[in-house]
Ligand binder design. Structure first.
Ligand code: TRP
Length: 450
């Protein structure tokens, strides 16, 4: 398989944009505020920033290296790099499983974004008060079939783009629309900050109370940073396999981490001041983004237009994320089981749909789809972000730091000795020592200090 001609990204911008496309999505705009709201606001933000920069970027680089060196999918990469008879390819399968599980609950919320795009177009939020907007969220998520149709439509859209392949599908979409999303978010930020009562929300988000940092906050921030950066399960191994020998992986990883973090912080700066201003609890969870944002648009001149544009761009940001998740499955199925791209995309989407619909149904009031007190949706979210991704990330850094030869890793890091070594040696040391210890400590601390 190694000499088979593989696709590569067309340009360096292509790599950054595709990775940023994978990173930016519901994780930033929906999940980050949810997690920050539930875990003490500023305390969460500080831990999050430290983890994203210190562990996230090096882990991202580690995945790129594994992908580029092996030129292979998440499973094949470990076969190529660790030789026959090794157990490491199991780590790749763990990643594929993780992709299925994430995609299943991710498309629940992705479907909501489609539904909300329709609502924005139909002007459902214009002139409504908070009670009506909250009511709309619950009647939408409790509707007998609408959220499922939206979810399946989103999955179908994802499958169509993935069938068209890396360059035409994935790269082109990401390049144009990510910067536009940023512009709208800045406009929203300005509006949110000028609402009455905004200061209280800002204080919640930026004034840390260190006593709030618990094991739960640490693991939640770790899980959120992995989720938001798309690391710990092989998505970026897959994208790394499409990188050319000339790309600078370190600067790309730093750029993507900063952009991703910026968007998450912007989302917080939009949502918390607005939530406090409208009297929405910051712990509101699932409904937080979907009630706060329409309320902010309500208060703006040109709100209808901005709301429509925002949900359109959110759908697209979400799509570039679901694409990267499905691509993990498709690359593995085409290269390991020799399915055609089309078949692989259909199999992946159909498999996801089965679990995904359960996640969506579990949201309905009175749904029996609970295990203990958690919905199927929460279960999938927690299983992946709090367990599978930290374990996957730990094993990936161990693989790079301890299983691969140092000379090979440095060769990749420096593009065959053509790039400066200083910072790259530091990254290698972080991958070898700091990252595994930090991930392990956080993972264990959460198990013992509930
Ligand atoms: N990072 C995306 C977001 O923040 C979600 C996502 C895409 C993802 N691909 C992933 C998460 C791979 C984990 C692993 O919305």
């Amino acid at each position: 398989m190694a000499d088979k001609k593989r696709e590569t990204f067309g340009s360096k911008l292509g790599l950054i944009m595709a990775t940023a496309g994978s990173a930016l999505g519901l994780g930033n705009i929906y999940r980050f505020p949810c997690e920050a709201g539930a875990n003490g606001g500023a305390a969460f933000l500080i831990v999050y920033l430290a983890i994203a920069l210190l562990i996230g970027t090096p882990l991202m680089v580690a995945e790129f290296i594994i992908g580029r060196r092996s030129k292979s999918n998440a499973v094949g990469a470990f076969k190529v790099l660790s030789g026959t008879g090794s157990a490491w390819p199991l780590l790749g399968y763990l990643g594929v499983l993780c992709a299925f599980l994430i995609l299943a609950f991710y498309t629940t919320v992705a479907g909501w974004t489609l539904g909300y795009l329709g609502k924005a177009a139909a002007g459902h939020f214009s002139g409504q008060d908070l009670a009506s907007i909250q009511q709309q969220f619950s009647s939408f998520t409790n509707h007998p079939w609408l959220p499922i149709v939206c979810q399946l439509a989103f999955l179908a859209l994802t499958a169509v783009v993935v069938m068209r392949g890396v360059k035409d599908g994935i790269e082109r979409w990401s390049k144009i629309l990510m910067p536009m999303l940023l512009v709208i978010m800045v406009v929203l930020c300005v509006k949110s900050l000028t609402l009455s009562g905004a200061a209280e929300g800002l204080a919640f988000f930026f004034k840390p109370d260190f006593s709030k940092i618990t094991g739960r906050v640490l693991i939640s921030a770790l899980g959120q940073s992995f989720f938001s950066l798309s690391i710990g399960m092989g998505a970026l191994i897959t994208y790394g396999s499409y990188i050319s020998r000339k790309d600078n992986m370190v600067s790309s990883a730093v750029g993507v981490t900063l952009a991703d973090t910026l968007v998450a912080v912007l989302a917080g700066v939009i949502i918390f001041p607005a939530a406090f201003s409208f009297g929405i609890q910051p712990e509101a969870g699932a409904s937080l983004a979907f009630t706060t944002l329409p309320m902010v648009f309500q208060q703006m001149t040109g709100g209808y237009f901005f709301c429509l544009m925002f949900f359109l761009l959110l759908v697209i940001a979400t799509l570039t994320s679901t694409i990267s998740l499905l691509e993990v499955i498709v690359a593995t199925l085409t290269e390991e089981l020799h399915l055609s791209r089309t078949k692989a995309a259909l199999v992946g989407a159909a498999g996801t749909a089965v679990i995904g619909v359960l996640a969506t149904l579990s949201f309905r009031a009175g749904s029996p789809l609970h295990i203990g007190s958690s919905t199927v949706f929460d279960l999938l979210d927690h299983a992946t972000a709090l367990y599978l991704m930290p374990i996957g990330g730990l094993l990936i850094v161990l693989f790079l730091g301890w299983k691969m030869k140092r000379a090979d890793v440095m060769d990749e890091l420096t593009n065959g000795g053509t790039l400066r070594t200083g910072i790259r040696k530091a990254i290698y040391l972080i991958i070898r020592y700091l990252a595994p210890v930090a991930i392990a400590v956080i993972f264990v601390s959460q198990l013992v200090m509930r």
